[in-house]
Design a protein around this ligand. Structure first.
Ligand code: PLP
Length: 337
């Protein structure tokens, strides 16, 4: 793992590359009490051309900076963070990722490790970057697509003025109880709604897309909730939107407020063709069922996807695994063996 310590008096120290192992922090450390922490998640891919790649990692680096700022953690240069991520990938990729078509998960983390208790802006912080193995969604998980359940009225994931747009741990721990209950009822994720209109925000730790036919224009639309303080600016979401605008002419891309009743009306009218979620962990997975006041069922095809989800999945995989040279594929320079 890579670690780098910051103090308010000396700034960032020289980073260290060291074996993965326990961190030493005081029980009084700020992050353990006041949720002064944030993180990122991305994948390291071994391409079919033998090269190691990250997918748009500069966006993860700038998003980590944005999240850090939200919880009063110190600023850093995102370019420097990216070079630390790449340095770790260069060392671990050779050892742990020899086979083309495979990936590892990378987790950059920032915590405030001030030793003294006190509700105040942290004076000490640590960046830690680690790599880990991760189950692929194509190996038996969600092969028939996801079953998602709309959140109940007594719980929201995020709210205006809050921190739903930042990747801070406080967004995740607080949804685990609801998620565990959903799992007990054999749902894979919660579809988080917000406000009296039951606006759709996100599905678990993923962004959501709908493919439907617009009643007025009779055109196909790829619709996703527009970014707000309630939604994480997902890199997979952004990539799907950009690819659709760039390469597809048969479907209009629409970012706007979406309510759950609209989705159910479109389904009743036979206009809802496909629903899918996007995110680094799930990547692109079709939704086979949405449960709210009643239940919508949707067909799922090849590789747990509908028609459009599969197109985006294939296009992005081509970039991730180097089947297509693209500026989104960041090649990690490896040291010679
Ligand atoms: N929404 C939340 C809450 C997430 O945790 C994630 C996962 O990182 C996403 C959306 C998807 O973001 P990305 O595509 O950058 O992984």
């Amino acid at each position: 793992m890579v670690t780098c310590q910051w103090t308010i008096h000396h700034g960032w120290a020289a980073p260290k590359l060291q074996p993965f192992g326990p961190l030493s922090i005081m029980p009084s450390a700020s992050c353990l009490h006041y949720a002064t922490q944030c993180f990122e998640g991305l994948k390291l891919y071994r391409g079919y051309d033998g090269k190691l790649r990250l997918f748009r990692p500069e966006l993860n680096a700038t998003r980590l900076l944005m999240s850090a700022t939200r919880v009063a953690l110190p600023a850093f240069d995102p370019k420097e963070l990216l070079s630390l991520m790449a340095a770790l990938c260069a060392v671990d990729g050779r050892k742990w990722l020899p086979d083309p078509g495979t990936f590892l998960y990378m987790r950059p983390l920032v915590i405030a490790n001030d030793p003294a208790l006190g509700v105040k802006r942290p004076h000490e912080a640590l960046i830690c970057i680690m790599l880990s193995c991760y189950l692929t969604m194509d190996h038996g998980l969600f092969t028939d697509g996801l079953r998602i359940q709309a959140s109940k009225d007594n719980m929201v994931r995020a709210w205006p003025g809050g921190y739903g747009f930042a990747k801070v741990g406080a967004n995740y721990g607080t949804m685990l109880a609801a998620q565990a209950e959903a799992l007990d009822r054999r749902y894979d994720q919660i579809l988080w709604l917000f406000g009296p209109e039951r606006e759709i925000t996100e599905a678990g730790a993923a962004n959501i897309f709908f493919v439907w036919r617009n009643l007025e224009t009779d055109r196909l639309e790829l619709v996703t909730p527009s970014l707000s303080q309630l939604i994480l600016d997902g890199i997979t979401r952004k990539s799907v939107i950009e690819l659709a605008k760039d390469r597809l002419t048969d479907i209009d891309v629409v970012e706007r407020r979406v309510t759950i009743s609209e989705v159910f009306v479109a389904a009743e009218e036979g206009r809802l063709l496909e629903v899918f979620v996007t995110g680094t962990a799930y990547f692109v997975v079709g939704v086979q069922e949405i449960s709210w006041t009643s239940t919508i069922s949707l067909p799922i095809g090849e590789r747990s996807c509908g028609k459009y989800a599969l197109i985006f999945k294939n296009w992005m995989e081509d970039i991730m695994y180097g089947k297509m040279e693209h500026s989104w594929g960041y090649v990690v320079k490896e040291q010679p063996a």
